[in-house]
Design a protein around this ligand. Structure first.
Ligand code: PBG
Length: 327
């Protein structure tokens, strides 16, 4: 026998054959667009380290969500930048806080055509930049923070969020939010838990996007996960599901595909992955220099994330990839 009987190249010969046997198909339904809305500005603000992404005004956000809907994107997640920050992050739970106001605008505009998710955390709203309240010693106080998360969840639900997405990595946050939502008559609001969220250097551009600087040059290692820990991620995921998470997330995505695959094998709730700001910016920067084909790498990244097991992918590429997929 000169050649093996089975030649794998036969099914790669034409585009239609390749399409026929494709195991993983990325679609617009998989994508969630993260959007920033800033209080008190009258024109959208570009974000230097996230080319193509802006801090929206209320109006430009409304226009962007309609545009995304029209290219087939079915979900967005909102991040707010308040006009003023304070130690408790009051803007996160103020009924007139920027995200709550934006949720009402968007619900009016798009009804149920777009799933409205709200990131639920304090860091965009606190003057010290941490995801929770601080003790007098400057440590992040887990249990005191849970009360603030509960208040933010109620405000987001009252404003019409479909999904609250707690990203602060406090222990017990999912249970605190589920209880609060149920108590105030919002049992319909779902929770997407940032369950396995690592203390990553890939969030750099996001911090510029939300004007966050952690006080004293600090970091989030006392609440976000250590990059080397995989089994611990499964504990986080199991715990969040037990506390009532409807969906769980792994974040960032590409450096943690093993975690995603492992989570996929272990749990049956919808699994999300966040292709974070640094992952997006690396593509944009290299493409700008002509070193890579940005569109092609974008599809390769997102397909890999889906292949590893994600049902939904939060990505700043959502709009542009939707245009490519539906072209
Ligand atoms: C915290 C939060 C962060 C991101 C999403 N939610 C930043 C952080 O944990 O420091 C990062 C998203 C990204 O980098 O795209 N509210």
């Amino acid at each position: 026998m000169a050649f093996p009987q089975r030649r794998l190249r036969r099914l790669r010969r034409t585009p239609t054959l390749r399409r026929l046997v494709a195991e993983t198909r990325l679609g617009v339904d998989d994508l969630v667009a993260p959007l920033f809305v800033r209080e008190g500005i009258d024109a959208p603000h570009p974000i230097g380290s996230l080319p193509g992404v802006v801090q929206h005004t209320r109006d430009s956000l409304r226009a962007e969500v309609k545009r995304l809907r029209d290219v087939g994107i079915g979900a967005v997640i909102l991040f707010g930048i308040p006009a003023a920050k304070d130690p408790e992050g009051l803007g996160a739970s103020d009924p007139d806080g920027i995200v709550q106001v934006a949720l009402r605008d968007l619900r009016d505009d798009v009804g149920d055509d777009v799933v409205l998710m709200a990131d639920l955390c304090l860091d965009e709203y606190t003057d010290h930049g941490h995801c929770g309240l601080l003790t007098p010693d400057g440590l992040v106080d887990n249990d005191a923070t849970l009360g603030r998360y509960a208040e933010a969840a109620m405000a987001q639900a009252d404003a019409g969020a479909d999904v609250c997405a707690p990203s602060g990595m406090m222990d017990g946050q999912v249970m605190a939010i589920r209880d609060a939502l149920d108590d105030v008559g919002h049992p319909e609001v779902a929770i997407l838990a940032y369950a396995a969220k690592y203390a990553s250097s890939l969030y750099g551009p996001f911090r510029e996007a939300v004007d966050v600087e952690i006080a004293g040059g600090g970091d989030r290692r006392a609440y976000q996960q250590d990059m080397g820990n995989a089994r611990e991620a499964m504990e986080e995921i199991r715990t969040d599901i037990a506390e009532g998470a409807d969906m769980v997330m792994v974040k960032p995505a590409l450096a943690y595909l093993d975690i995603l695959a492992r989570a996929r094998a272990e749990v049956d709730v919808p699994l999300a992955a966040y292709h974070v700001s640094g992952e997006y910016s690396m593509i944009k920067a290299a493409a700008e220099r002509g070193w890579i084909d940005g569109d092609a790498v974008a599809l390769e990244h997102l397909t890999a994330i889906k292949r590893a097991g994600a049902d939904l992918i939060l990505t700043y590429l959502a709009g542009e990839v939707a245009e490519v997929l539906t072209a």
